[in-house]
Design a protein around this ligand. Structure first.
Ligand SMILES: [Mg+2]
Length: 254
């Protein structure tokens, strides 16, 4: 008997736009480490532009510090040239500020945990679902297509955010469940995977080279945190998914 179908979605950058929460948390963490920095309350454009290169939480805090720097490399080079040497720039900045990734990560996590504990409604309100996405996911449930969420965020936070949008996936896996390729491989034992929808191209490329997942259909959403070059020269197993295609029946997706 064929196992039931399941369509798997990344969360952040696919279902929810967490940009304002990133900035809010990164700014607070940065201010805790250096109360003298001057940072705007609303998300600055440089932070939005840097976001696709940011992989770990600590890099968000470092980005805030870089944005605050007068005549620093970010201001002098501009975002485009800065990201060209992103890793080396981050290493140099850590040294300049006398920080370690562990210190930044821990400060960020304390800021977040405090916000979630003391003012959960304000914290939830920093997350915006992408237009039309909750409605489309609800329609999958009505079409008898089971869908799941697979995220590198913590499971409990994600469950609360989904519930606040009235969404209930068939399954929810957070970073506690392991890496995305590992979880997908496990899911494939019990389900017929219809595909994986993500906004991070390197993750999709890793999935497609994972034994057992080579033929999994992968979609890169056009509305997530993409680098300008992410949409060009995609390999054949990874298709770009635009909002109008996402609203169409699954059988009509590219
Ligand atoms: Mg994402």
């Amino acid at each position: 008997m064929r196992s039931p179908s399941l369509l798997v979605f990344d969360f952040d950058g696919v279902i929810v736009d967490g940009m304002n929460e990133y900035w809010w948390s990164a700014r607070r963490a940065c201010l805790q480490l250096n109360p003298a920095v001057d940072l705007p309350e609303s998300t600055p454009p440089q932070f939005r532009q840097l976001r696709p290169w940011i992989h770990h939480g600590w890099e968000m805090v470092l980005s805030a510090a870089l944005i605050s720097e007068q005549r620093g490399p970010l201001e002098q080079l501009g975002v485009q040239a800065f990201v060209h040497g992103y890793t080396a720039q981050c290493t140099a900045a850590l040294e300049r500020f006398g920080w370690t990734p562990a210190l930044l990560q821990q400060t960020l996590e304390v800021v977040r945990a405090t916000a979630v504990r003391t003012d959960p409604d304000s914290w939830l309100a920093l997350h915006q679902p992408y237009p039309g996405v909750p409605e489309r996911l609800t329609a999958f449930s009505e079409e008898n297509m089971a869908w799941a969420v697979l995220t590198t965020k913590a499971r409990d936070f994600t469950a609360e955010l989904l519930a606040s949008m009235g969404l209930k996936p068939e399954r929810l896996d957070g970073h506690e469940s392991g890496s995305k390729p590992e979880v997908l491989r496990r899911l494939a034992c019990d389900w017929t995977l219809e595909g994986f929808v993500e906004d991070r191209r390197p993750t999709l490329e890793t999935v497609r080279t994972t034994p057992g997942l080579e033929t999994l259909r992968c979609w890169l959403v056009s509305w997530g945190y993409l680098r300008p070059t992410d949409v060009t020269d995609l390999s054949s197993g990874i298709r770009l998914l635009r909002p109008e295609q996402f609203s169409a029946p699954l059988a009509d997706w590219p």
